[in-house]
Write a protein that binds this ligand. Structure first.
Ligand code: SAM
Length: 388
């Protein structure tokens, strides 16, 4: 058996979120995207000042992008020496996207010293495109050097983005960036603006407040050192939710439930996935399915299931509802307690088809063995499922 992945450490000590520390092995086993130790090392580079909260919340945003299956590229406007760009570029590579890294690479442009920023002087001049390239790398990464918004013309004309990190400190480029990127975000996409609430860069607060004043989305403040806000682009009410999008299953293929592989189609009434599959717990276990063939009006759903039967309860009856209507009653007995059971399911117009298993009684492992500490009310176990 392979060694569990080492628990990542933050370079300067102190706790990381549980999924990145105490539960890291489980996180990776369930397909977690990030290699946190390597990411933290790349982020730290030779820098002395490390903002752990910033690293964590940007990393968690990519976890969520992966979980929800958001499409689109990644942008950073305001790269400086490339510290936060390491997070964006590494995750863009993992997701198979492009990271567009945009900066003058010579510091502020005096054209931006207007309004609340009048009278400011040069800053962030101690960098170069070459140095950032060397730190952040080339794979899946495009560098765009120059003054924003002029450089927006170098982005693909049909570009769409799942995460845009705006870290340019000043009112004028922040407002231009929000104006440019907001309509180009995919539904659910993350817009992050650094320095909001820092009380050092008044223009950041002003630009965010002015821009979002008439938008349906609200900024949420993040606990990083200088302060950031995050906004997730609203999705149209008519679009499938990300959960519905994830409930699309390929036709004709078995999908195992082991280790969370079918987590997105399992609704209420399922316990944590285990290496063999998943237990239904309590009086009702719900499954939501969208076959990936839009022409399929009715489909067969195969469920490979089992239930515990024993002398004190030799049979278990399970009522099965399809799209809310009674469709079958399954009987589990000693002779017939594991196998594939098939349902005919009609495809509803706008929402996933649902199947609900309602065991007429449940047993806990303690019921079977009084020495057991396990008091989960176990119903029907699901090993794998298939649409055909
Ligand atoms: C605070 S630094 C970015 C820090 C970087 N995100 C990090 O954490 O490692 C701000 C950067 O914004 C860039 N910048 C500011 N205004 C800009 C504009 N109008 N166009 C392009 N870059 C700009 C500056 O050159 C500077 O490198």
């Amino acid at each position: 058996m392979a060694d569990p992945p080492a628990k990542p450490q933050w370079p300067q000590g102190g706790p990381l979120p549980q999924r990145f520390s105490s539960n890291y092995a489980r996180y990776r086993e369930r397909g977690g995207l990030l290699d946190v130790a390597e990411d933290a090392r790349a982020y730290a580079g030779a820098d002395k000042v490390l903002d752990k909260e910033r690293f964590v919340f940007l990393s968690l945003a990519f976890d969520q992008i992966a979980k929800e299956g958001l499409t689109g590229d990644v942008v950073e406007l305001g790269v400086y020496q490339g510290q936060t760009a390491t997070i964006l570029a590494r995750n863009a590579r993992r997701l198979g996207r492009t990271a567009w890294l945009m900066d003058t690479f010579t510091g502020f442009d005096a054209k931006d010293f207007v309004g609340a920023d009048a009278g400011r002087g040069p800053q962030f001049t101690d960098t170069s495109l070459e140095a950032v390239r060397a730190r952040v790398g080339e794979e899946n990464t495009h560098y765009i050097k120059g003054f924003f918004p002029d450089t927006a013309a170098h982005l693909p004309p049909d570009g769409r983005y799942c995460l845009v990190h705006i870290d340019v400190d000043l009112y004028a480029p922040i407002l231009s960036a929000l104006t440019f990127f907001y309509p180009r975000m995919v539904p659910g996409g993350f817009i992050v603006v650094h320095d909001y609430g820092s009380l050092a860069w008044e223009g950041a607060d002003k630009a965010v407040d002015v821009f979002f004043a008439d938008k349906p989305e609200c900024p949420i403040q993040m606990p990083d050192s200088a302060g950031s806000i995050v906004v997730r682009r609203q999705r149209p009410a008519s679009a499938a939710t990300w959960m519905q999008a994830k409930q699309v299953v390929p036709v004709g293929e078995w999908r195992p439930t082991a280790n969370g592989q079918a987590a997105s189609v399992l609704g209420e009434g399922w316990f944590r996935p285990e290496p063999w599959g998943v237990w239904g717990v309590g009086p009702s276990h719900v499954i939501g399915i969208v076959p990936d063939d839009p022409g399929l009006e009715n489909f067969a759903l195969d469920l490979d299931v089992h239930a515990v039967v024993q002398p004190s309860r030799p049979t278990l009856l399970v009522d099965v509802l399809v799209n809310g209507e009674p469709a079958a009653q399954w009987r589990f007995s000693e002779a017939e307690n594991r196998g594939v059971r098939t349902l005919t399911v009609g495809r509803p117009a706008a929402v996933p088809a649902t199947v609900e298993l309602r065991p007429q009684s449940v047993l806990t492992p303690r019921d079977l063995n009084p020495a057991s500490n396990d008091t989960r009310p176990l119903g029907v176990a699901l090993h794998r499922l298939r649409v055909r």
